[in-house]
Design a protein around this ligand. Structure first.
Ligand code: ADP
Ligand code: MG
Length: 267
């Protein structure tokens, strides 16, 4: 097995000459949970679009499990084991959590996966097991439209896990959640990190503190500004400058780094 599940070299993405990603280098170890933060416009969403194949690099390479992703379509990349959780939950509201998960599990039972993929542990998960994992066993049979926003997010995470991706990409999972839901989402992601490689993009610094077990990557102007533990990154003068600069320029509070975190780090 490749020790690095994801290796990105000299990645540049230009939109009409504007470099949304600029000579970016990044790698993720198999089994790692990485949090990516960065001010608005840093290139975070474009970064995920590149990994899923939605956008193709202008220059540079993205290797997933050792394979250059350039020739593959979004659909093929998903089948290779990249799963993406979007910010807005995409669950069938008129179905129950159990039915949603059954659909997600059946989606993988096609000829391709039967013939060519080994069955990883996660793939053998039962719907019941998934309901336990996401904490919705007690609401398994009610219509999903009755779930809270947080519960819908967990259900969608469960549907993603049902398809047993090797790499989970999660875009701002706690936007709009209550504090308690935020904490439980963190626990869920940390527990999923035992059996998946995960990239989480997040604005909420309390949440980042909760889930960041290892490295945190800070993106700025399409490149990696710095990487380190949560504490290292939070007290890095470059990071503080980028976030405070945004506050001064925009006359609005920094969207990504909570003001509490900033004042903590400069005090
Ligand atoms: P983030 O998610 O960190 O806020 P994005 O990846 O969405 O940043 O965007 C990075 C930069 O690239 C922004 O300046 C954005 O306006 C620009 N951008 C993103 N997608 C496109 C596109 N399809 N066409 C032109 N510019 C884009
Ligand atoms: Mg974005």
């Amino acid at each position: 097995m490749n020790e690095k599940i994801l290796e990105i070299e000299n990645l540049t993405v230009s939109f009409d000459g504007f470099r949304a990603l600029n000579n970016l280098n990044f790698s993720l170890n198999t089994g790692e949970l990485r949090v990516i933060i960065g001010p608005n416009g840093a290139g975070k969403t474009t970064f995920l679009d590149i990994i899923t194949g939605k956008t193709k690099p202008t220059e540079g390479t993205v290797r997933f499990k050792g394979k250059n992703l350039r020739p593959f379509s979004e659909h093929q990349i998903a089948r290779m084991g990249v799963g993406r959780k979007f910010q807005t939950p995409r669950v069938y509201l008129n179905l129950s959590p159990r039915e949603n998960l059954e659909l997600a599990c059946n989606r993988i039972k096609n000829v391709f996966s039967t013939l060519f993929r080994k069955t990883p542990t996660a793939e053998r998960r039962t719907v019941g097991g998934l309901l336990e994992t996401i904490g919705l066993a007690h609401k398994a049979d009610m219509r999903a439209n009755l779930l809270s926003h947080g519960e819908k997010q967990w259900l969608e995470i469960g549907m993603l896990v049902a398809q047993s991706p090797d790499l989970l990409l999660v875009d701002e999972p706690v936007a709009g959640l209550t504090d308690e839901e935020t904490e439980r989402t963190g626990e869920l992601l940390v527990s999923l990190a035992q059996s998946h490689s995960i990239i989480v993009i997040e604005h909420d610094m309390e949440f980042v503190r909760q889930i960041a077990q290892g490295q945190v990557t800070v993106l700025h102007q399409g490149s990696v500004l710095c990487e380190g533990s949560f504490d290292q990154v939070q007290s890095d003068p470059k990071v503080i400058e980028v976030y405070l600069g945004q506050e001064v320029d925009a006359h609005t509070p920094p969207a990504d780094l909570s003001s509490a975190a900033v004042s903590e780090s400069i005090s």
